[in-house]
Write a protein of this length. Structure first.
Length: 206
């Protein structure tokens, strides 16, 4: 995010919805329904309209976002395999994931500050910081992981990827209603395409 434009990041991470059916096909040997590729294309078009698309210039930040989209597609498929062929519950898997993230973040923090004389920076004491942190950890990370793990145990990875791809649309909606931001007509159209694709995927059984 620090090395690319926000529009590029939003569009490139949305490529996950296109990568997932192919990752599912390769890793799990399951050919997704042809209509899912159509859904993925419509969702990607909506993401392009909502974010303003890709500027056409690929730099380091864009490459990282593209790699993140590809890794997210593989993660969804591998998680689906694990939850379907393991007796471990979704809560157990979420606990392991959260623990790995915690340890990994601490390791990166220590390594990044190893050459700095002051070491790790002091933690903020403002209540607003800790309230936001608790919400981000519990709501946006742990619960999000649990919901995705549970969904992957009961649905195909491609469908789950399509449903989670509605995140940019709801993010933009909250930005308008909560932060007072404004969206262009094109952006509203893109958001509508994403939401309609997610709704269509939810209602479609096969």
């Amino acid at each position: 995010m620090a090395h690319t434009q926000a529009s590029n990041a939003a569009f490139l991470i949305s490529l996950c919805v296109v990568f997932t059916p192919f990752a599912e096909w390769w890793l799990m040997g399951q050919h997704p329904a042809p209509v899912l590729f159509v859904f993925a294309g419509v969702s990607l078009l909506g993401a392009a309209l909502l974010s303003g698309g890709w500027s056409g210039h690929l730099d380091w930040g864009d490459a990282l976002m593209l790699a993140a989209a590809l890794l997210r597609a593989f993660t969804v498929c591998k998680t689906s395999q694990l939850t379907r062929h393991s007796s471990a519950s979704s809560l157990t898997l979420t606990t392991v994931q959260a623990g790995v993230i915690c340890l990994g973040s601490l390791l990166l923090a220590v390594l990044s500050s190893s050459g700095v004389e002051t070491g790790l920076p002091a933690l903020p004491s403002a209540p607003a910081f800790w309230q936001a942190t608790v919400y981000l950890v519990l709501g946006c990370t742990i619960f999000a992981f649990f919901a995705q793990n549970w969904a992957l145990k009961h649905s195909a990875p491609s469908r789950v990827a399509l449903l989670t791809s509605s995140e940019p649309a709801f993010g933009a909606l909250f930005a308008v209603l909560w932060l007072g931001e404004s969206l262009s007509v094109t952006a509203w159209l893109g958001g509508a395409l994403i939401v309609l694709t997610a709704l269509w995927t939810t209602l479609r059984r096969n």
